[in-house]
Design a protein around this ligand. Sequence first.
Ligand SMILES: Nc1nc2c([nH]c(=O)n2[C@@H]2O[C@H](COP(=O)(O)OP(=O)(O)OP(=O)(O)O)[C@@H](O)[C@H]2O)c(=O)[nH]1
Length: 132
Amino acid sequence: MSVAERVIHIVAAVIRDAAGRSLLVRKHGAAVFQQPGGKRDPGDADELATLARELHEELGCELVRDSARLLCHCSAPAANEPDHVVEAAVYMVEVRGAIVAQAEIAELRWIDPAAPDVPVARLSREHILPLL
Ligand SMILES: Nc1nc2c([nH]c(=O)n2[C@@H]2O[C@H](COP(=O)(O)OP(=O)(O)OP(=O)(O)O)[C@@H](O)[C@H]2O)c(=O)[nH]1
């Protein structure tokens, strides 16, 4: 496997509630929680199209596109794929509609970014939550 094949490019979302808690998801088969989001599909026009599609697939809600603000670009060892690195564009976003875990999601959790009470993937723990 080449170095390029070991890099997973994703677009990820920070979604917060009125109390400042942040939403994390755990996928079926995964041990740790991570940001909602995912890999870009060839059919996605841009990063926000990827995010809108992933948020709908995972949470059943709609991205409010105008609300999106780039928070950071960051990278960490991938949570679920050994020997892979995840590189993320991370956006703070607002969503419209009810947030309901869809089929691919085992669990949703609103966490305090300063004191998560669930196991959290490194990308979130080391790079994203400290910015919130
Ligand atoms: N979405 C997301 N993926 C992350 C994060 N942190 C992290 O290490 N990853 C890694 O990046 C991979 C991205 O896969 P994904 O499962 O979210 O993406 P996807 O929905 O497009 O993939 P799929 O269609 O193959 O299921 C995860 O399996 C995980 O190993 C994160 O905060 N959010």
